[in-house]
Every structure is written in structure tokens, then in C-alpha cells.
Design a binder for this molecule. Structure first.
Ligand code: SER
Length: 324
């Protein structure tokens, strides 16, 4: 019989996805059963007060192991990573955090005979040699960023632990994630979040990729659903493990600006591409996520119009309250 997920540790719990995922997991599995961990950034009041929180350095085994033992952890959700843009500024740090972090998590899970490990991957696993439209799940993986290199190596490592040790490891390739609670840090898709903040704050935004740059994106509620649905899927039905494409929506920076303008008519956007343009150009424009749909029933719910309305409402509320 499949083992049950009882006590989860989340790494990177202070980050854009980790902060909301921790709260969603606490709701589903019980607050005391979901241990949040971060490296340096202080957790929000909500995160700190709703359950256990620890600072750890995930690339150092002892710090992770101490918390694993103390809380009898059986599942690790490994969200800690250095993203693409910061990774290009500091490739060695990206290698250290992403690779050493992942192998430490996997080894710790193997030795403690854990129930499950979730290690997300990214559209950054693809590169210029990959078909860019409707990118298949199983295709050329030759990324040109250090972040992408660590994501491909991470996918391969996770699959190795499944095959070699029978460890239940799962992962999905997140597109750019858009959300209003915790801003992203250091990614190439960050413009698609910042543009909303600036539409509300200043009514103008200078975008660091060209207007015609099209990338796959996803709204946070769908990201949380995808992650938790994959975690809950029966292991036996999975043919893939650590590398599921999950599609939701694809739009260009110009189309995104036009959608926001429907709600903020005076909004002005300028385009000044920087080094992140080349990274964006090397990634898919849209994804074929048939494998996720067939193997664990993935189905997104949000589109650009609904997300834009929701994002602007949430950010306007915070702006009016003086909290943006
Ligand atoms: N959002 C990430 C980045 O832009 C991609 O996974 O780096």
C-alpha cells in the first residue's frame, strides 16, 4: 500500500511560491504538520505564526537533518532555488544552492525512508534547440543558463533516485508564475508580475523584454493546484516523475500590457530589453502538457483576462491600505 504524507518540510518557504504553498499545505495537512524553512529572508507574520519555521542552509546536510529528525518529516517539498537572472550574475552560487541543495534533500529522503519528495523544475530546462511552440514533454534539453543546467541535472537526479532506490520523487516544470502576495526574486519572467505592481503603483512600467516576447505563464492558484494534485496522484499511474510540462496560458508582454490597460486606461509601458531578453528568447513560447493531463489529470482554470482582474483587485486593495 502507498505510504501516506503526514509531515512535510518545505524549503524556500519564504519565496514567491513557497510562501503560498506552505499556507495551502498547512490547510490541507494541518498547521503543525507542515514545517516551513528559509535561508535568510525573514518569514511573514502569517507564515511564522501559523506553524513551525526554521532557518536552514539546504546545501548543508546537518541543518536540514536536524529539523527532519525533530519533526519526524516524511515528505520534503524542495522549493529553494536560485532563479535564472540571478544565476547568470552568479553561476557558482546557482550551482551550489541548486545542485547541492537537491542532492542533500534526496539523500536525506533516501536515508530516512521518506514517503515523497517534490522537486520542481522549470521551463528553463529547455533551450534554443528545443521546438519553441507547443514544446513536447520529452524533447531536447540543452539550456543555455546555469539555472537551466541545474534544472535538467536536477530532473535527471530525481529520476535516478526513483529508478535506483525506489524513492517517490516528483516534479513539474513551472512556467512563469504570477502572484500578488510575495514578489518573485531574480527570474526572467518577473516582468509579468512587476507590471501589475507598477500598473497599480505608478501607472507606468519599463519592461525588460521586448513587446513581442511570448512565454508560458501560470497564475498562483493554478500553480498551487498543480503542485498539490501531483503530490496526491497515485505513484503507480505516473510514467514520468520529475519533469512534467504544465501549461496554462501564453501571452506576449504587449498582450499582457493591453489586458491591464483595459482596467487602467492611462497605463504606459516602455520596452528596454536587457540581458534577460536572450534568456527569454531561449525558452518555449507554449507547452504541450498532455503527459500531465493524462497521468494525473492536470487541468488549469485561469486565463489572462480572469487573472488580470483578480491580480489588480488584490493589489489595489493593498495599495489603498498603504501596504504596497
Ligand atoms: N520564473 C523562472 C525564471 O524566470 C523560471 O522558472 O527564472
Amino acid at each position: 500500500m502507498a505510504k501516506e504524507i503526514k509531515r512535510i518540510l518545505v524549503t524556500g518557504a519564504v519565496g514567491q511560491i513557497g510562501s503560498e504553498l506552505t499556507m495551502a499545505l498547512r490547510k490541507r495537512y494541518g498547521s503543525d504538520n507542515v514545517v516551513a524553512t528559509g535561508r535568510k529572508t525573514a518569514p511573514s507574520k502569517e507564515l511564522k505564526e501559523s506553524g513551525p519555521f526554521y532557518f536552514i542552509d539546504v546545501s548543508k546536510r546537518e541543518t536540514l537533518e536536524e529539523v527532519v529528525k525533530k519533526h519526524k518529516i516524511d515528505t520534503i517539498v524542495h522549493m529553494a532555488a536560485i532563479l535564472s537572472a540571478v544565476g547568470e550574475k552568479n553561476p557558482m552560487m546557482a550551482w551550489d544552492v541548486n545542485m547541492n541543495g537537491t542532492i542533500v534533500v534526496l539523500e536525506c529522503a533516501r536515508e530516512h525512508n521518506m514517503t515523497q519528495v517534490l522537486v520542481p523544475s522549470s521551463i528553463a530546462a529547455f533551450g534554443p534547440g528545443t521546438p519553441l511552440e507547443n514544446t513536447p514533454n520529452d524533447t531536447v534539453l540543452k539550456p543555455t543558463t546555469m539555472y537551466g543546467v541545474t534544472k535538467v541535472a536536477g530532473e535527471l537526479l530525481c529520476d535516478y533516485y526513483v529508478r535506483r532506490y525506489g524513492l517517490d520523487v516528483r516534479g513539474l516544470r513551472y512556467p512563469g508564475i504570477i502572484s500578488s502576495e510575495t514578489p518573485p526574486g531574480g527570474g526572467t519572467t518577473d516582468y509579468a508580475v512587476a507590471i501589475y505592481y507598477e500598473a497599480v503603483r505608478q501607472k507606468k512600467y519599463t519592461c525588460f523584454v521586448r513587446e513581442d516576447t511570448r512565454l508560458p505563464m501560470m497564475y498562483m492558484p493554478d500553480c498551487l493546484k498543480a503542485t498539490m494534485d501531483l503530490m496526491a496522484a497515485p505513484f503507480e499511474t505516473l510514467k514520468h516523475h520529475s519533469d512534467f510540462n504544465v501549461g496554462s496560458m501564453s501571452f506576449s508582454a504587449g498582450e499582457l500590457a493591453a489586458e491591464i490597460k483595459k482596467h487602467v486606461p492611462e497605463f504606459k509601458v516602455a520596452y528596454e530589453p536587457d540581458f534577460r531578453q536572450a534568456i527569454a528568447d531561449s525558452w518555449p513560447r507554449s507547452l504541450d502538457d498532455t503527459c500531465a493531463r493524462q497521468e494525473w489529470g492536470w487541468k488549469p482554470a485561469w486565463d489572462l483576462a480572469a487573472m488580470t482582474k483578480d491580480m489588480l483587485e488584490a493589489l489595489r486593495k493593498r495599495h489603498t491600505a498603504g501596504k504596497l
